[in-house]
Design a protein around this ligand. Structure first.
Ligand SMILES: Nc1nc2c(c(=O)[nH]1)N[C@H]1C(S)=C(S)[C@@H](COP(=O)(O)OP(=O)(O)OC[C@H]3O[C@@H](n4cnc5c(N)ncnc54)[C@H](O)[C@@H]3O)O[C@H]1N2
Ligand code: MOO
Length: 477
């Protein structure tokens, strides 16, 4: 801990704020024991269990976030998990969405930038709802065409008028001739000697879909902001649209940090496979973002600074480099850029070094810790609420679901150890009426999450068996 940090720690412990804390500037050397412990864990909850937290907490001078300073600034360090999510959601809601026009075939999943109105009456003309005969007046009817004529087919433009007492064969979807009073279904009529008879005369208007039955030209069909589902694409096409005004999706860029990462083959020579490059982009895409690139920058401070200074993305997501090691460059790069830290660490296990910042040009940056499950925790804690609130981005639950008002909850089957002060996010599977914690859920492990259907939000102190816990759904589960 540096002298500055010690001063901060003492000031905060005594209920004072320092200038560094007021500006939300990054602080380094966050004490933690989890990294040193993670190697020993075989995948149980021990990485995040009570003993971990107890020793961790002993070195943490500012477990409670500070509020309401004289200048109105807030301490952004080690925020409580619900508060960190709220800050991320606020950041997302502040984003402006740019309207763009997309052809129907590219518009799926976007949100409408404007209300969708009908460009035509639907149906656009009086339409036969059945195969049969268009008839005029009460029967029997004289056939207008020779018996073997196809009659009026779907797509025919202007069928000749039908005189009273006459009938003409007609197909489903065909324009009803002027003068027709009903359509008689083929199974209800019989033709003999060019005369059509029916045991019961059809009611006036039977099996005719009148023009404008579904909508009139100019009618409001869907509100701005509606998600474009396959059904919406169909409706828009039926109503005459070729391209749609939509909100542009946020563009995200993924920067994978770490010299130790291999992009192919098996781990060797002290190096490991990059597990986050293949995971983070698709995860963001499932949250309704356009991922423009995933780049591997190694542990190159200059390359990171340049990437952040030059980014044209709305959201930059970095992986690794959030802690205080000699090659952890995220905080220094943000400081050098003059970025504003909105969240600098979260009271959550795994993933407590995660961060959220606003870059000077307006893009947001989510810094995911390098331990792979800690990175998942950062995605769900910071990226997901930010994108859920950002106009133009997608929902998280399923590709087309709207955000539910009430988060899902489920009873925990079996006890889940908590952290004394921090929230734990625990990979779980649905099991009958509740959720069951998985094995292999250490911060460096993906084996648990790969079979999980959700992450259970275990409050500080843990949750006894049968307790209802909140679930964070995975975008594909
Ligand atoms: N003195 C402290 N050390 C650490 C702390 C702390 O508070 N004080 N926190 C620990 C925790 S918790 C985590 S999580 C990590 C976060 O570290 P970084 O975000 O700086 O990540 P790295 O050091 O770059 O990597 C950590 C770990 O993850 C592996 N990694 C990184 N990127 C990838 C990837 N793309 N695919 C697979 N694995 C990856 C990396 O090799 C390391 O093993 O810091 C602790 N330390
Ligand atoms: O151990 Mo850290 O908790 O992976 O974030």
């Amino acid at each position: 801990m540096s002298g500055d940090e010690l001063a901060d720690a003492l000031a905060l412990a005594n209920g004072h704020r320092t200038g560094r804390a007021l500006r939300g500037e990054p602080r380094h050397g966050t004490p933690s024991d989890s990294a040193s412990r993670s190697g020993a864990s075989q995948g149980g909850a021990s990485d995040h269990g009570a003993s971990d937290g107890a020793s961790h907490g002993a070195g943490r001078p500012h477990a409670e976030p500070a509020h309401g300073t004289a200048e109105g600034a807030e301490d952004v360090r080690h925020l409580a998990w619900p508060r960190a999510r709220a800050v991320a959601a606020r950041a997302g809601a502040e984003r402006r969405a740019e309207p763009v026009t997309l052809p129907l075939e590219s518009a799926l999943g976007h949100r409408l930038a404007e209300p969708l109105t009908a460009l035509t009456d639907l149906p656009a003309f009086d339409t036969s709802a059945m195969d049969g005969w268009a008839v005029s007046g009460p029967g029997p009817w004289e056939l207008a065409d020779p018996g073997d004529a196809p009659g009026v087919l779907a797509g025919d433009d202007a069928p000749p008028p039908l005189a009273d007492g006459h009938a003409v064969r007609i197909a489903t979807g065909a324009r009803v001739p002027p003068g027709a009073t009903a359509v008689l279904r083929s199974e209800y009529g019989r033709v003999r000697d060019r005369r059509l008879r029916a045991p019961r005369a059809p009611q006036h208007g039977a099996d005719i879909r009148p023009r404008g039955q579904e909508c009139r030209r100019g009618d409001h069909l869907l509100s701005a902001g509606a998600r474009i589902t396959p059904a919406v694409l169909g409706l828009a096409a039926a109503a005459g649209w070729d391209e749609l005004p939509v909100l542009r999706r946020p563009r995200a860029e993924v920067l994978v940090l770490g010299d130790e990462l291999l992009t192919s083959g098996r781990p060797e020579g002290g190096r490991v496979r990059d597990a986050l490059g293949p995971m983070v982009g698709p995860w963001l895409a499932a949250l309704g973002v356009e991922v423009t690139s995933t780049r591997r920058l190694g542990d190159d401070a200059e390359a990171l600074y340049a990437a952040l200074a030059d980014t044209t993305a709305d959201l930059v997501v970095t992986t690794g480099g959030t802690a205080s090691g000699p090659v952890d460059h995220v905080h220094p790069a943000l400081r050098r850029l003059g970025a504003t830290l909105l969240v600098d660490g979260v009271a959550v296990r795994p993933g407590h070094p995660m961060l959220l910042a606003r870059l000077p040009a307006g893009a947001h940056l989510v810094g995911l810790p390098g331990n792979p499950l800690a990175a998942v925790s950062g995605l769900l804690t910071l990226a997901e609420p930010l994108l859920r609130a950002a106009p133009g981005a997608g929902p998280s639950d399923t590709p087309f679901a709207e955000p539910s008002v009430e988060p899902p909850t489920a009873p925990l089957l079996g006890e889940v150890h908590g952290h004394p002060r921090d929230t734990r996010l625990v990979p779980v599977v649905q099991d009958g009426r509740g959720v069951r914690s998985l094995r292999f859920t250490g911060p460096a492990m993906l084996r648990g999450i790969a079979t999980a259907t959700a992450l259970a939000v275990v409050p500080p102190g843990g949750a006894a068996p049968g307790t209802g816990v909140r679930l964070l759904r995975l975008p594909w589960a």
